[in-house]
Design a protein around this ligand. Structure first.
Ligand SMILES: NC(=O)c1ccc[n+]([C@@H]2O[C@H](COP(=O)([O-])OP(=O)(O)OC[C@H]3O[C@@H](n4cnc5c(N)ncnc54)[C@H](OP(=O)(O)O)[C@@H]3O)[C@@H](O)[C@H]2O)c1
Length: 207
């Protein structure tokens, strides 16, 4: 499987790239990055990895990166005001790519822990919060793509690979997740054509 990874120079993206290479059948990766110097050596020297340098607004380079891929995974940070997914989605449609997973649900219920967390983020990281919400809204309108929005709580670098998925307030979901747990969940989705999470926005966490 050939996978385009966006945001591959952040800690989550790096963890995801390593997990794809070790746990997807016959993997090859295309990393579309703006800071190639941040890619760790084990990835940049791996013959299964192609690095393309460019900005997300450069649709020509993005189109080149997306050619022939089976899936697009994003671990992008929410720093682009109008949502960095506009060009990605248009280019995906042009090239017939169906699957995408991203970070930022009508199934959610009230949960005081998450209410506090979201209020804190929306207050102290206002623009980032608005970006994440905008990205979620854009992705969830794409009926012709097999998208999954993977929502995450507070991230850590602990080694726990166990993950549960659900919705806020369902009694299963808490506020902690390891970065490797995110990678394990996304790879499981790549390996499952019939995933129950397609066109849904689950929240995932360590049990
Ligand atoms: N830390 C937490 O507890 C937590 C909790 C919930 C959600 N998250 C989210 O999880 C995601 C991944 O986390 P992380 O720690 O790996 O994030 P990160 O260090 O912020 O990395 C984000 C990635 O996105 C890229 N990026 C950001 N803006 C871009 C732009 N305008 N154009 C192109 N590339 C851009 C960065 O590229 P460069 O390396 O070139 O900058 C990097 O590869 C982020 O969206 C973060 O907000 C984190």
């Amino acid at each position: 499987m050939r996978v385009l990874v966006l945001g591959a120079t952040g800690p989550v993206g790096i963890s995801l790239c390593r997990e794809i290479l070790s746990s997807v059948q016959d993997p090859s990766l295309v990393l579309f990055v703006r800071s190639p110097q941040k890619i760790p050596n084990d990835l940049s020297t791996d013959s299964r990895v192609t690095v393309i340098t460019g900005q997300l607004t450069d649709t020509e380079s993005l189109a080149k990166a997306i050619e022939g891929v089976d899936a697009v995974c994003s671990a992008l940070g929410p720093s682009v005001k109008k949502g960095p997914f506009h060009p990605v989605i248009d280019v995906m449609r042009m090239h017939g790519v169906k699957r995408t997973a991203s970070i930022p649900a009508p199934e959610d219920k009230t949960d005081i822990k998450f209410a506090v967390l979201v209020t804190g983020i929306s207050t102290f990281a206002r623009n980032a919060y608005k970006d994440v919400v905008a990205i979620g809204e854009i992705i969830s309108k794409q009926d012709d793509l097999d998208w999954i929005i993977v929502r995450v709580p507070l991230l850590s670098d602990k080694p726990n690979r166990d993950v549960v998925a659900g919705f806020i307030g369902d009694g299963k979901i808490n506020t902690g997740l390891t970065r490797i747990g995110f990678a394990v969940f996304v790879v499981a989705q790549l390996n499952d054509n019939e995933s129950i999470w397609i066109r849904k926005a689950p929240m995932i966490c360590n049990p």
